[in-house]
Design a protein around this ligand. Structure first.
Ligand code: F6R
Length: 614
């Protein structure tokens, strides 16, 4: 939520900032703005997208060599020009960009107002920079010291970068809870700061991840100096980015979402590479070694996640319980963190997150850690906060996911969770050698099966034309396909704004069946598995009430096609891993419907990719 970017070097800061903001736009697109120092410190900001900012100020921005930029997902104050970042201090000598929330901003604001500060915006971020300014003036200290003191007093989450007119060769940055990466340019006197590595990777692969409660002074002459909140110097650790520029470009596709859907044969294969080898009976997540025994001995596994990642957790519950006989509970991180959950010695928590920055999931991890649980993180973004807050974990290696709707990250999460279940089951001796071989061979054939589903793209597009104007959709599935129904409904509603609900198919008769009439499309995931006969009954219940059924069936099924309005045939696989296949046509269906409705599928309204506020 909110993307921040900053540049200090010898080139035109404006160009670097605008390009960076476009890469970060998936984090929020309510408004965009930049601040540059030429002689003066000037701010240019605008409600809307980065393109609007560019058009409005085309040819009007100075050629500064230092600057900061922000793309906003509104929290405090409606999306408009005034609430857009950057924000000035009262003397206009400082400007701030901020990603996060300052919870006690109201009391600080009142104090500052009594001292005569006037605020232009409704944002907590403007209060933050006035507060820093006030501390600097009262204490007659350096800007970084004022920032450090301010951080001891503010409650909340932040990643900030501050630009000072008096010191154009320097940027001050700090973080707690919201991410911040510092890229070091080849000449060592050029620096790029951003919420994630995507604006940095085309300039340098050398980065420093700022830790929580650290303040960084980035200076053209002295480089990067980091202090913690107690003013103790920290040594920056320089990581090498494992990311290529092509991974964050559209590569000929109209939208990132479509590119990411089509990347899945590769991303699932990448995720499995070296970790699962059927012929060697090998299943190993290299990142889970020290605590693997805790997992084997666990009395209970608790999965915490949000949104699509929570759906991956639901599939994992079924799989882990089936094959390892360890009890699993799946919790919405936002509920878990506020309900004093029981965590016993020997419980292991799996935290699943694409971004690795989701505030509720992070808070759930901290709570579980404080109660003594071992945390294993399953994240896509390398070096993210959740990855670092976990004791150990496994990356999903799906590559950057830029479309706001999660697609390839979901299937990569499932892949890691299947491997985890297999390595655990093998160690616990809860599956036979034949079962292990059968499942791991089926897993190895998944990339090819996903390809076969992607070949149905045109067919799915045709079905989409018939339903693009409906107001509601129902998604039904049973067993392993129940979470797929939830995920299909979420995908449709978030990018097309059609109301959609997912249900376990048998639950339909306990209420949702009242909604069924000839106007209601019902997507039924009805692949051939142990609940096949039961789901046929559910299809008949829908048809008896004239609902329109789009059925996802196993290739060669002769029965269901005779009952329903449309079929999408997917290749057969073991029922436990069918979600890796059956979720793909639902991603395409949502994509096409949303495109036909004129929606921007990469940037759906009100959403942001990385939810760093609770
Ligand atoms: C839906 C979607 C969201 C995320 C959720 C959790 O397509 O992307 O529901 O799954 O916000 O995000 P992560 O996985 O980054 O913790």
């Amino acid at each position: 939520m909110c993307g921040i970017v900053a540049y200090l070097g010898e080139n035109n800061a404006y160009d670097v900032l605008i390009k960076g903001l476009k890469r970060l736009e998936y984090r929020g697109y309510d408004s965009a703005g930049i601040a540059l120092i030429d002689k003066d410190l000037s701010i240019f900001k605008k409600q809307g997208k980065v393109n609007d900012l560019e058009t409005t100020f085309s040819g009007k921005t100075p050629h500064g060599k230092v600057g900061i930029g922000h793309t906003r997902w509104a929290t405090h104050g409606e999306p408009n020009d005034v609430n857009a970042h950057p924000h000035y201090s009262s003397d206009k000598n400082l400007a701030i960009i901020h990603n996060g929330i300052i919870e006690n901003y109201d009391s600080i604001k009142k104090e500052l107002q009594q001292k005569g500060h006037q605020f232009l915006s409704e944002t907590d971020s403007e209060v933050f920079i006035h507060f820093i300014e006030d501390i600097q003036k009262n204490n007659k200290c350096s800007l970084d010291e004022a920032v450090r003191i301010a951080l001891t007093k503010v409650v909340g989450a932040y990643a900030i970068v501050i630009l000072s007119k008096d010191n154009p060769d320097q940027l001050i940055a700090a973080r707690k809870g919201s991410p911040l990466v510092i890229g070091i340019g080849a000449e060592n006197n050029e620096f790029f700061l951003a919420s994630d590595a995507t604006p940095i990777v085309e300039y340098t692969k050398n980065v420093v991840y700022l830790n929580d409660e650290e303040v960084a002074i980035i200076d053209k002459t002295t480089g990067i100096n980091i202090k913690n909140i107690e003013a103790i110097e920290q040594s920056p650790y320089v990581h090498t980015l494992d990311m290529e520029l092509e991974a964050i470009e559209k590569g000929g596709f109209d939208y990132f979402m479509l590119k990411e859907i089509f990347e899945q044969p590769r991303s699932v294969a990448d995720c499995m590479r070296g970790r699962l080898i059927s012929e060697k009976e090998h299943a190993l997540l290299g990142g889970i070694r020290k605590h693997f025994n805790d997992l084997v001995e666990a009395k209970r596994i608790i999965i915490v996640a949000c949104g699509t990642s929570w759906h991956a957790g639901l599939v994992a519950e079924y799989v882990i319980e089936e094959f390892t006989r360890t009890p699993v509970e799946v919790e919405y991180a936002s509920e878990f963190r506020y309900r004093n959950p029981i965590i016993n010695k020997g419980d292991v928590v799996l935290a699943i997150s694409q971004s690795g920055e989701t505030a509720d999931t992070l808070a759930a991890i901290e709570l579980a850690k404080n109660k003594g649980a071992i945390i294993l993180g399953i994240c896509n973004v390398v070096g993210s906060s959740i990855a670092r807050a976990s004791h150990e974990g496994a990356y999903t290696h799906a590559g950057p996911e830029i479309g706001v709707a999660s697609t390839k990250a979901f299937t990569a999460q499932l892949t890691v969770l299947y491997i985890l279940a297999l390595m655990l089951a093998k160690e616990k001796n809860t599956i036979t050698k034949n079962q292990f071989l059968e499942l791991s061979r089926q897993m190895e054939s998944i990339p090819d099966k996903i390809k076969q589903v992607l070949d149905l793209n045109d067919e799915i597009e045709k079905i989409s034309t018939l339903y693009k104007d409906v107001r509601n959709f129902l998604y039904l599935g049973r067993g392993y396909n129940f979470p797929v129904a939830l995920e299909g409904a979420l995908k449709l509603k978030e990018i097309s704004y059609i109301h959609a609900e997912g249900y376990p198919a048998a639950e339909m008769k306990h209420g949702p069946i009242a909604l069924i009439d000839k106007e209601m499309p019902v997507v039924v995931i009805a692949t051939r598995d142990s609940s096949y006969d039961k789901i046929i009954s559910n299809i008949q219940e829908v048809k008896a009430r004239q609902g329109k059924v789009i059925a996802v069936v196993t290739k060669g099924d002769a029965l269901i096609p005779s009952m329903v309005d449309h079929v999408i045939e997917v290749p057969p696989t073991h029922e436990a891993i069918m979600p890796l296949v059956s979720s793909i046509p639902l991603q395409l269906l949502s994509y096409h419907i949303a495109i036909m409705r004129g929606c921007n599928v990469d940037q759906p309204r009100n959403l942001a990719k990385s939810v760093t506020v609770e």
